[in-house]
Design a protein around this ligand. Structure first.
Ligand SMILES: Nc1nc2c(ncn2[C@@H]2O[C@H](COP(=O)(O)OP(=O)(O)OP(=O)(O)O)[C@@H](O)[C@H]2O)c(=O)[nH]1
Ligand SMILES: [Mg+2]
Length: 161
C-alpha cells in the first residue's frame, strides 16, 4: 500500500512501479537540519504481511513516532487501520499513553480510483489521535512533510523523557 515507496521517495527521491514485498523489516537512516539542530532519523520499515506480526510487535516498542499508511484506492486498507493501531497501542502503551504518530492516506495521484475520502481520513485520524497527511510516493507530494513532522515531534518527545 506504500510504506516502502514512501520511505524510498523520501530517502532516494525515486519511485518503483513494481511491487516487492518487504520481507520482515527494512532499516534506513536519514539526517537533516532543523532550526533546533541536526536530526538523525532511524526509519524502520515493517513488512505488512501477516506472518511478520511477532517481529513487528518487537519494533513497535522502541518507536518514537509511528506512521500508519493506507491506500486511498483500496477501502480494505482503510478499514484495517483501527486493527493496526490497536495492536500498536497494545505493544507501545503503558499507563494509558497513546501512540504518537500519523495516519497517511497514500496514492492520491490516482484520483480517478480514489474510494476513501479526505473527510473519512481526517475523521479517523481524529478518533485515533493521529496527525493526518495525504501523500503520493509517486509524485512526492507531502512526503518530506511527513518525515520532518515526525522528526520534530519525536525530538520534542525525547527531550522531555
Ligand atoms: N500510483 C501510486 N502507486 C504507489 C504509490 N505508493 C506505492 N505505490 C505502488 O504500490 C505498490 C506497493 O507499494 P509498497 O511501497 O511496496 O507497499 P508496502 O506497504 O511497503 O508493502 P509491504 O512491504 O508488503 O508491507 C507498488 O507497486 C508501488 O509502486 C503512490 O503514491 N502512487
Ligand atoms: Mg514494504
Amino acid at each position: 500500500m506504500g510504506k516502502s515507496s514512501i520511505i524510498r521517495r523520501y530517502l532516494e527521491d525515486t519511485f518503483q512501479e513494481s511491487y516487492t514485498a518487504t520481507i520482515g523489516v527494512g532499516m534506513n537512516v536519514a539526517s537533516f537540519e532543523l532550526p533546533e539542530g541536526k536530526v538523525v532519523l532511524s526509519v524502520v520499515d515493517l513488512g505488512g504481511q501477516q506472518s511478520f506480526s511477532a517481529l513487528r510487535n518487537r519494533f513497535y516498542q522502541g518507536a518514537h513516532y509511528v506512521i500508519v499508511v493506507y491506500d486511498t484506492t483500496d477501502r480494505e486498507t482503510f478499514d484495517a487501520i483501527p486493527k493496526w493501531v490497536e495492536s500498536l497501542n497494545q505493544s507501545v502503551c503503558t499507563l494509558g499513553d497513546s501512540i504518537v504518530g500519523a495516519l497517511v492516506a497514500n496514492k492520491i495521484d490516482i484520483e480517478a480510483e480514489r474510494v476513501v475520502t479526505k473527510q473519512e481520513g481526517t475523521q479517523l485520524a481524529g478518533v485515533l489521535s493521529l496527525d493526518y497527511f495525504e501523500t503520493s510516493a509517486k509524485t512526492g507530494e507531502n512526503i518530506s512533510e511527513v518525515f520532518i513532522h515526525a522528526a520534530s515531534t519525536s525530538q520534542i518527545k525525547t527531550r522531555s523523557d
